[in-house]
Design a protein around this ligand. Structure first.
Ligand SMILES: NC(=O)c1ccc[n+]([C@@H]2O[C@H](COP(=O)([O-])OP(=O)(O)OC[C@H]3O[C@@H](n4cnc5c(N)ncnc54)[C@H](O)[C@@H]3O)[C@@H](O)[C@H]2O)c1
Length: 665
């Protein structure tokens, strides 16, 4: 029975930052904790009688909720129920929204899982509390639990240990979790160690299997680990049994669970569902639905339009498809495309467009949409783009608009298209004097990268792709930079056809580096992006030159300017600047351009600040393979950096003589 004083204390804690967590406690009692989520601490703890709540299920939770609300007068507080009696691992959050306070039932394990250190993304959770439980937990990069598999049947299925296969360890798990007797072995460190070793040996096949799925760490939750010596003994047993490559952590005590559960309630209320909340003056109904983004870029060994190459037909899955192709690319590869389409695809038209940067504008988008209407492209159809970044971008914008969006496929034919455009989800066109000012985040269905297209790309255009590749190497991947130092000359001479291994390695490393950077921030909620390196001064340069300076060239000039600014501030080694300049010399990329005038460059940043939500976020390298952001620069600083670059430029030109044919200067 709850003491009156406790009830009063509880009802006094009715504030928005407080969450009430209910767990099953000692026999016939519920443990009720009031957690202050702001400071992350349990501020009140009490038990209440559990006897009328013997039947498991939603009703049981509702009854308990009613009792807490009426007996303890907790209306206005948030209530979470961690209920081992619940039949489901986790009740749907919106099953309980009929209460005047937000309410949620979760498996206790989820609460414990949330206590795991932030760095653990996939781990095995062993919960020694009560009858014990074992679960696989996957968390997103933001630390939230995105997958939680706790029932033994689920676990076995997950790990491919279905009936009939070797599920000995699964049986052991069943035995272990179904054994209701208290485990005396867990009472002393020495006995805990012995029983832990026996247990770990038993579940080792299961842990090995889990590990092969990328679940590296073990995380153990139990109030038993409140005893430091027990926790230490257990961790030692884990590392001597399973090897030092397994990371093990423990969370101790009930309070930690209550805190993490409270955190979970807050998170869950931001999760999928239809939510209702109210305060004294208003009522709000909200819809929260997840959007899954999934696309792949496939590399193939044969030309994509080779009639024996299935990749494109496989990707399109027999859907009616309209192709939009760069006119110049059509002139070289159009016949092969038509033959491939005739044999393998449901083709709803091939639309050639002008792939020049100056034509990356609204009229071409309109033209593509008009063609889709004329060709009767169905809503379940696909628009596939074939060409460089201009064609991919223009077509992407059209695909995002036609019938409010149809499936979109990209087949890049330039190096820049492969390592950059094809990897992300942005589609943009130029408007007025502004580059890429209109557009959409519109994930594609997929892309195919076929390096054989590069054999017909001009050297100047390939160098633009080298610039975007160098960008990823500088901000993220020193090994990629070293590969480029070793191979760029030969690769450009052979139009990226030889050495084949080096070409593939460089392109794939650059794509992966880019994907790793983009994936956690696909929709650019965070406006501090390392991939913006080289994209601060460059849009204005491109546009002011009326696109005579190509995209990759403008990016190269911008990167050099930022690298020199960093070097002059002492943030980056001068040697790194020289290494970048040397790759430019090999590729024929410009270090600087006549349009680079301090006032113009400095003024152009005003628009970048608008684009980046009020911050400059200028990306500058801190070496080869790492970068950071600076928030201010001045005309004088830019001017000093440009003088510095011009002296490097003169030096490089002299060293390389006639071989240095700089495209953009
Ligand atoms: N959406 C994004 O995430 C993203 C990222 C980076 C760049 N971009 C955009 O990409 C554009 C630059 O793309 P790009 O460098 O690929 O240039 P591009 O599309 O302008 O193509 C360059 C030239 O090469 C020709 N060409 C293309 N493929 C060829 C081939 N296989 N053989 C012979 N000629 C070929 C084209 O006709 C064109 O004249 C810019 O507009 C830039 O803003 C977009």
């Amino acid at each position: 029975m709850m003491l009156q004083s406790e009830a009063l204390e509880l009802s006094a804690s009715r504030t928005r930052d407080r969450v009430i967590v209910v767990e099953d406690g000692p026999p016939n009692l519920w443990l009720v904790s009031v957690v202050d989520t702001k400071i992350g601490a349990v501020i009140r703890r009490a038990t209440i009688e559990a006897s009328p709540l013997k039947k498991p299920g939603v009703r049981c939770i509702q009854k308990l909720g009613e009792r807490l609300l009426s007996t303890a007068g907790m209306a206005g507080s948030i209530l979470i129920l961690l209920n081992r009696l619940c039949p489901a691992e986790r009740l749907a959050p919106n099953q309980l929204t009929s209460y005047p306070v937000p309410m949620l039932a979760v498996s206790p394990g989820i609460g414990a899982a949330l206590s795991a250190p932030a760095g653990l993304e996939r781990f095995v959770l062993i919960d020694f509390s009560g009858r014990g439980a074992i679960a696989l937990v996957k968390r997103g990069s933001d630390g939230q639990v995105v997958d939680y598999t706790a029932s033994n049947a689920d676990l076995k299925g997950y790990l491919g240990m279905g009936a009939g296969s070797d599920c000995g360890s699964g049986d052991l798990l069943d035995d272990w979790t179904q054994c209701s007797a208290p485990r005396p072995a867990l009472r002393s460190p020495a006995r805990l160690k012995r029983s832990a070793i026996a247990f770990l040996r038993g579940v080792r096949p299961l842990l090995d299997s889990a590990r092969s799925f990328g679940y590296g760490a073990i995380f153990c939750a139990s109030r038993l680990f409140s005893h430091g010596d027990v926790a230490t003994a257990f961790l030692r047993a884990v590392s001597s049994e399973l090897g030092s490559h397994v990371r093990a952590d423990v969370v101790a005590g009930e309070d930690a669970r209550a805190i993490s559960a409270a955190r979970h309630l807050k998170d869950a209320r931001r999760g999928p569902g239809t939510w209702e909340s109210a305060d004294d003056s208003s009522r709000t109904l909200s819809v929260i639905a997840p959007r899954r983004v999934e696309y792949s870029v496939t590399h193939i060994g044969r030309p994509v339009f080779d009639v024996d190459e299935p990749a494109l037909a496989d990707l399109l899955e027999g859907r009616p498809t309209m192709f939009v192709i760069d006119k110049s690319v059509d002139a070289i590869y159009g016949e092969a495309l038509r033959e491939y389409a005739r044999r393998h695809l449901v083709c709803r038209g091939i639309v050639p467009i002008d792939g020049a940067e100056a034509k990356k504008t609204w009229p071409q988008v309109e033209e593509i949409c008009a063609s889709a209407i004329r060709n009767g492209l169905r809503r379940d159809g696909v628009i596939a783009a074939i060409g460089g970044g201009v064609t991919l971008d223009t077509t992407g914008v059209a695909a995002s608009l036609y019938r409010r969006g149809v499936r979109f496929v990209r087949i890049p034919t330039t190096l820049l298209g492969m390592v950059d455009v094809c990897v992300g989800i942005k589609q943009g066109i130029n408007f007025g004097t502004k580059k890429n000012i209109l557009g959409a985040f519109y994930p594609p269905m997929g892309g195919i990268n076929d390096l054989s297209f590069l054999s017909s790309v001009s050297r100047r255009q390939l160098a633009c792709g080298v610039a975007e590749t160098v960008k990823m190497a500088i901000v993220r991947d020193p090994m990629l930079f070293a590969l480029m130092e070793a191979h760029t000359g030969r690769l450009l001479d052979s139009r990226f056809q030889f050495p084949k291994n080096a070409a593939e390695q460089i392109v794939i490393r650059a794509e992966l580096a880019m994907m790793n950077e983009l994936q956690p921030n696909l929709f650019e909620v965070d406006l501090r992006r390392l991939v913006d390196f080289g994209h601060s001064f460059s849009p204005a340069l491109e546009s002011a030159s009326e696109y005579q300076i190509h995209h990759g060239e403008a990016v190269a000039i911008d990167m050099m300017l930022c690298a020199v600014i960093a070097a002059r501030r002492g943030m980056c080694d001068e040697v790194a600047v020289r290494r970048i300049a040397d790759i430019y010399a090999t590729a024929g990329l410009p270090l600087v351009h006549d349009l680079c005038e301090p006032r113009f460059l400095h003024d152009s940043l005003a628009d970048i600040v608008i684009h980046r939500g009020g911050d400059l976020n200028l990306v500058v390298p801190t070496g080869i393979g790492s970068a950071t952001f600076i928030q201010d620069t001045s005309r004088a600083e830019i001017s000093g950096a440009l003088d510095h670059i011009r002296s490097i430029d003169a030096e490089v030109r002299e060293r390389n003589g006639a071989a240095y044919a700089c495209a953009g200067s």
